[in-house]
Every structure is written in structure tokens, then in C-alpha cells.
Design a protein around this ligand. Sequence first.
Ligand code: SF4
Length: 241
Amino acid sequence: MTARRSITKAKEPAKPRTSAKAKAVPKSAPDVAQEKRRMATILRRLHKEYPDSQCSLLFDKPLQLVLATILSAQCTDERVNMVTPHLFARYPTAQDLADAELADVEEIIRSTGFYRNKARNLVGCAQHIAMHHKGEVPKTLEELVALPGVGRKTANVVLGNAFGIPGLVVDTHVTRISNLLQLTDSKDAVKIEHALMPITARKEWSNLAHLFIDHGRKVCVARRPQCDVCVLNNLCPSSQV
Ligand code: SF4
């Protein structure tokens, strides 16, 4: 890959003047404004490119999305979608799954990989929801990440897709493409989330991951990005064209 071009490099901030007003302006303000505009353009183009972009895990209610997202670790969404209809039919409520035999759950989800650990998390998560939340999935990040098997990424998936509460999901595609676009220089999911939030319209937080995932699967593919057909190539410092 060629060296990154610094097309987004902002002008050096002007030397502060002596007035109190000038000193009060944060140094990063022009960068944020510029990056907000660039992000808005990126998302507008990706929306046009992937108009049907959405969560690819199948679910009818929040509990099902929590369970499907736990199962999706190290597994394709397609495989998860093959397994979950059986799981959801066998255990329709959190209490049903909370009372399940671990071996029965393991058998149902075996093909998703890491099935012993995942089964423990599914049942533990259901027990926590049944015991502490009256069988309903909680709606805050803090409560969600307290559930067994639920990290920040799963919590944001659930907030955004089951409850319509903006949540910015950082997965491998978001990490990779955000770095290629130089929207961040971090590989740490929490740092990336905090770098993207200030430059992304709140209503787009949940869409961003779906769009970046689609783009990462179809065009900006790991190790062989197709920059020549990428709608972001004139906005991307890593473009090879
Ligand atoms: S495919 Fe697009 S986003 Fe990915 S590196 Fe190339 S120009 Fe950048």
C-alpha cells in the first residue's frame, strides 16, 4: 500500500492573539468542523452506495438481538441466522433461557464456534435479565455492559438496532476503514468510538457501522481495497489511485 497522503491536513492554527476571546478558542475547533464535513460527505456517499444497509442479524425483539450478537463473535452473521430460529423457538423468553440446561443450549449453537463459552454467556445473560430486569432487556449502555457476554460493541448494537437509541458500534471493519480514512489513528475500540462521535451526526451513529461494514465487505476489502472503484477515493488519504 502506498504511503498515506495528507489531503486532510488542517492549516496550522493561527498564533493566539492577545485578546481573551482569541485565547478561549480551542485549538482543535477548525479540525473538528472540517472532519465533521468530511464525515458527512463520507456517510452521504455510502448511504447512496448502500441504500439498504442495515443490521444483518435477524431478530424480532431486543432479547433476540442480544443473543444473536453474543453468538456473532468470531462467526458470520449468516451462520448465526441459521442457528437463532431454533434457539429463539426453544427459549422464547429470558426466563425460559435462564432455566435451560447448558448442554441443550450448547448443542443448538455448536456450529457458531466457541459454543461452550457462548452457551454460558447466553444462559448467564438471560438469568441476569430475568433476575434484575424483570425479563426485559435494559436500555442503557451501563446496564447492558453489566450483562454476561455483553461488551460495549454488543451494547451499542442493541441500543441502536433494537431501541433506536444512537450507539456507535466499532468492529473490525469500522476500525480498519476509520484508520484508512484517517478519522482516527487508534486501534482501540473505545478510543475510536470517542474519536468518531464528535464528528458524526448523532442520528448517524447507528448507521455508520452498517455502512462501513458493507463498504468493508464489498469495496474496501482487507488487504486488497478496490480504491479505483471506491466512492470515497478522493476523500481518503490511503487511496491508491
Ligand atoms: S477502498 Fe476506499 S476507503 Fe478503502 S483505502 Fe481505498 S480509497 Fe480508502
